[in-house]
Design a binder for this molecule. Structure first.
Ligand code: AQP
Length: 336
């Protein structure tokens, strides 16, 4: 039985091990996980099965390396294996098994409406079924842990909504099995835009192709400086959040979210100054935020067995809970 005690509340979230992890992933997701980890019962996953949805992009050695990189970055950013269960999705086979059960209760119309599916499939010559049923896999990830809260960036809102709908439909058809989760989205910093194109969200895949697009968590101070100095601006001097052009607003948001200062204070600090001052200050804040993360990252990847131990422990704990939920769902459907 759940109580009101927050520690009893479950948190689940994950990141795909593809592309270049960026400051948007940090602000929208990882920093929120870290900030709240002592309050909740946390499950943080490296969602490698999601990385298979565009098979043309799979390179096995690259993927193996990325799984380790993302796991190490979780720890380097401050996730504590004593507080949080950290694991790789494909090692907990219940994720794939529950996906099938949930796919069977998910109407195709719901999947056809997903904006991420529409934008990703429109760029492909051949669209795999996996890309289409991706939301059912994400629903399985979340529902297996009877999750209360899902800390994500704003782009994931629609996925949490469909997860709730899938859970509701399953519960309606077969009886109460799944808890309906809620998205946990920060007020400011939940949608960081591309540094080179502030009309589109900062993306892991684009960041890997174009250095000027994103601020990578593992970028050197010089790379960070170059990206920020090259960021899109305008010919004004406007540094108020509401009035600033998209590129300037994006930098103000990153600055504000990393320093945790109130918007008003940030506006006063930059008022009347040139954009080069904003860029210089932002560079300093980003470099200083990432410096300790990068130092910890280096140590973590140097110790192969430590990372593997964390992931093994995580797998065991995740498997125990996922196994219970899957069994219950199977029984309700009459296959166990
Ligand atoms: N720009 C962003 N601002 C704030 N939060 C973001 N997130 C992603 N981008 C931003 C949040 O990070 C978590 C992991 O998301 P993901 O694994 O889906 O990564 P992604 O960066 O969206 O990259 P993808 O899916 O590989 O595709 P591309 O590169 O094409 O965008 C999520 O909580 C997400 O909200």
């Amino acid at each position: 039985m759940e109580t009101d005690n927050a520690r009893q509340k479950r948190v689940f979230s994950g990141i795909q091990p593809t592309g270049k992890l960026h400051i948007g992933n940090y602000l929208g997701a990882i920093s929120v996980w870290v900030k709240n980890q002592s309050k909740y019962d946390n499950f943080f996953c490296i969602v490698d099965l999601h990385s298979l949805t565009i098979p043309e992009n799979i390179e096995p050695d690259y993927l193996r390396g990325k799984i380790r990189e993302v796991a190490a970055l979780y720890l380097a950013c401050g996730l504590d294996p004593e507080e949080s269960t950290i694991f790789v999705q494909s090692r907990v086979t219940q994720h794939a098994e529950l996906t099938w059960l949930l796919s069977c209760v998910t109407p195709m119309g719901w999947l056809e409406r997903m904006t991420q599916y529409k934008s990703k499939s429109s760029q492909l010559e051949t669209v795999g079924t996996g890309l289409f049923v991706y939301p059912a896999l994400m629903a399985a990830d979340i529902l297996l842990y009877q999750t209360d809260l899902v800390p994500v960036g704003e782009d994931q809102k629609q996925h949490i909504e469909i997860t709730r709908n899938i859970a509701g439909r399953f519960n309606h058809l077969f009886g109460e099995v799944f808890k309906l989760p809620e998205a946990m989205i920060r007020e400011s910093g939940a949608r960081i835009m591309g540094m080179d194109n502030p009309d589109n969200k900062m993306s892991k895949s684009l960041g890997e192709k174009k250095a000027e697009h994103s601020i990578g968590l593992l970028d050197s101070p010089e790379e960070i400086r170059e990206t920020i100095m090259g960021a899109t601006t305008d010919s004004q001097k406007e540094t108020r959040f509401a009035e600033a052009s998209p590129g300037i607003r994006n930098m103000l948001v990153i600055y504000q979210a990393l320093t945790d200062k109130p918007r008003k204070e940030v506006e006063e600090f930059f008022a009347g100054k040139n954009y080069s001052f904003l860029k210089k200050e932002l560079t300093e804040v980003v470099v200083e935020t990432l410096r300790p993360i990068q130092m910890r990252y280096k140590k973590i990847v140097a110790d192969e067995s430590y990372l593997e131990d964390v992931l093994q422990q995580g797998r065991k704990r995740a498997e125990a809970i996922a196994g219970e939920t899957l069994e219950q769902a199977q029984k309700m459907m009459g296959i166990r």
